[in-house]
Every structure is written in C-alpha cells, then in structure tokens.
Design a protein around this ligand. Structure first.
Ligand SMILES: Cc1cc2nc3c(=O)[nH]c(=O)nc-3n(C[C@H](O)[C@H](O)[C@H](O)COP(=O)(O)O)c2cc1C
Length: 193
C-alpha cells in the first residue's frame, strides 16, 4: 500500500474519532459547558477518564477550582450546540441558553448535566498533568448514566438519533455506521452455549 506523509500537526486526527463530548463544570455562581474531542478512558479500577483542556478555556479555571466535571455525550441532534459550545467562551455568555440546551442536576456531583445528551459521566478530579500546551485532567468516575435502551455494555448504534457524534477534525463530524461483533467472540460464545 502506498502511504503519503501528512503534517505532524494533523497526526492526531488519524486517531481523533472517539465521541466528541460536552464537558460541564461549575464553581460558585458560574456553570459552563464546553465542547471537547480529546477525551479518553484511562483505567478500569479505579474507573478513570481523561480530558485534555487548554489552560485558556474558562472550563479549565472552573475545573481547577471545583475539582469536579461531567462528560456529556451528544448525538447528531446537538451538532449545532456542539459548534456553539466549542467556539464561544462561557466567560462571555451563558452557553446553555445560547445553545438551547438544558442544565439538570447530576446524581453525585455539583455540576450540571446536559439533559439532551445520550449519556453522562460524572467525575471527581484526582490528578492534572501539563501535557504540551494542554492539561490532562484525570477524573475518577463517580456516576455514569445513559438513555434507556440504547446501550447494552456498549453502544447499540441502532438508530441515528441514538448514536454518539464523532469529531474528525475541523468542521467534519461522523456517525458510526453499525455495531460489529468479532467472529472469534461469536464462536467462543457459541461454543460456550
Ligand atoms: C469539535 C471541537 C472539539 C474541541 N475539543 C477541545 C478539546 O479537546 N480541548 C480543548 O481545550 N478545547 C477544545 N475545543 C475548543 C473549546 O471547546 C473552545 O475553546 C471553547 O470555546 C472553550 O469554552 P470555555 O472558554 O467556555 O471553556 C474544541 C472545539 C470544537 C469545536
């Protein structure tokens, strides 16, 4: 296969297709919501997830102060909100109002969730590392929830509106087409029956 080189600054886009999320944060009288694509699971036990946040973001200040954040997983119906929350700062405007999304109470932390999202991960900050020009906030998961019927250990991906949205880079997004189980797993399960 012939390969072509791409700019180093675009290398991340080759592995960029995890779900794009809306990170919510809250400190004193300020609540905020910000789009983030650089999000990753980090550990099963304890359950840890990481988000890479640039220090210039208002979200960065709120998470540093409150030591809590939530990861909200939007579907395709929130594409416009994802763009708004990723281009405007909460320092200047109430992005929940501007993007037409609804803040609702979380189960375990004092940070609003985005009602219209498909799933939510509530986190308590346990570590923060400077990584180049971003900070990797490590959150311990204290609660996780998802819309009933669309997730059974993994996303079902049955209906377009019930699929997480993925960010390819720039103004490009994608939805996963369908769920595929590896043949070896199916055989093992059949053997186990
Ligand atoms: C699709 C998309 C993905 C983004 N991913 C990240 C990210 O992972 N980390 C980050 O620091 N900023 C990211 N941004 C930029 C922030 O969302 C943007 O700067 C936002 O206005 C910050 O809001 P705040 O100042 O209210 O926190 C992304 C923006 C878009 C549109």
């Amino acid at each position: 296969m012939k390969k072509v080189e791409i700019p180093l600054t675009r290398a991340g886009r080759l592995i960029n297709a995890g779900p794009v999320v809306l990170v919510t944060s809250h400190y004193k009288d300020k609540a905020n919501v910000m789009t983030a694509a650089w999000v990753t699971p980090l550990s099963f036990s304890p359950p840890l997830v990481g988000i890479a946040i640039h220090p210039a973001r208002f979200t960065y200040d709120l998470i540093k102060k409150s030591e809590q954040f939530a990861i909200n997983v939007p579907g395709i119906s929130l594409l416009k909100a994802v763009e708004i929350c990723g281009t405007v700062s909460g320092r200047d405007v109430d992005k929940f109002k501007k993007a037409g999304i609804t803040p609702v109470d979380a189960l375990e932390i004092d940070v609003p969730l985005v009602e219209e999202c498909l799933g939510h991960i509530e986190c308590v900050l346990v570590d923060a590392f400077t990584v180049g020009d971003h900070t990797l906030f490590v959150g311990q998961v204290v609660s996780a929830s998802v819309v009933e019927g669309i997730f059974d250990e993994v996303w079902k991906l049955e209906e377009e509106e019930a699929k997480p949205l993925h960010h390819l880079g720039g103004s490009f997004y994608a939805l996963l087409e369908k769920r595929i189980e590896s043949p070896s797993t199916e055989e093992e399960e059949e053997e186990g029956d």
